[in-house]
Design a protein. Structure first.
Length: 220
């Protein structure tokens, strides 16, 4: 029974990777996904195409970063581990390099409250973490800062990260964030976006606590 549960958790990570690909949110095998599991995390292996990935290929990592597996975990394991460690409200993390999120991240721009769906971020902006080399502790710290009080963030010259209480929510936020970025990019081309004020965003953040796939209330 316990084994079946773990098998299902591992398969859900592969399914989420394939969904990211189908929805055009991922670029190549750049995306990686983690899920809180027991005292550690389950994480996609480094550089493996999703269509050949099997549940056994998913790496279990302890919170100290150690693992016992034939494959190395994603080279971006550090911020996955650090977010799960620092944020008890987070149960799953999706990281990818989607075109529109990454375009804003390349410009070092944050996403303002151009649409009420910004509320899924948990505040009036989606911040952009400053650039640091991938896989480093420095990047992990910057990403954690950008995620303070938020569910998602852009990562300068890199991509995005979305968190959720579970994998379904993290995936939903990842897809919606790319949609927000696409809408905002298009709005900037057709005119001058009118932004919602902070009070309106705060109202929507409250409403979002019972919206869509959210089944539990976030602690942060
Ligand atoms: Zn990346």
């Amino acid at each position: 029974m316990a084994k079946d549960k773990e098998f299902a958790a591992r398969q859900s990570i592969i399914d989420a990777c394939l969904r990211l690909e189908r929805q055009g949110v991922n670029q190549g095998a750049a995306g990686n996904i983690s899920l809180r599991w027991k005292d550690g995390l389950l994480l996609t292996p480094s550089g493996m195409p999703y269509d050949v990935m099997t549940p056994d290929d998913i790496v279990f990592m302890n919170m100290d970063g150690s693992y016992d597996h034939e494959f190395a975990p994603s080279s971006e394991w550090r911020f996955h581990r650090d977010i799960l460690h620092a944020r008890p409200d987070v149960g799953a993390i999706v990281h990818a390099h989607p075109i529109y999120c990454t375009a804003f991240a390349i410009c070092g721009m944050e996403i303002p409250a151009a649409h009420y769906m910004i509320a899924l971020a948990g505040g009036p902006t989606v911040r952009c973490a400053p650039y640091a080399t991938y896989g480093t502790a420095e990047l992990s710290e910057l990403v954690l800062e950008a995620l303070s009080g938020r569910t998602c963030a852009l990562m300068a010259n890199h991509g995005m990260v979305a968190t959720g209480v579970d994998l379904r929510e993290a995936l939903w936020i990842a897809v919606e964030l790319e949609t927000l970025c696409k809408q905002y990019a298009t709005a900037l081309q057709v005119g001058t976006p009118k932004l919602l004020d902070e009070a309106e965003v705060a109202k929507n953040v409250e409403k979002f606590k019972n919206y869509g796939l959210r089944r539990k209330t976030r602690a942060a």
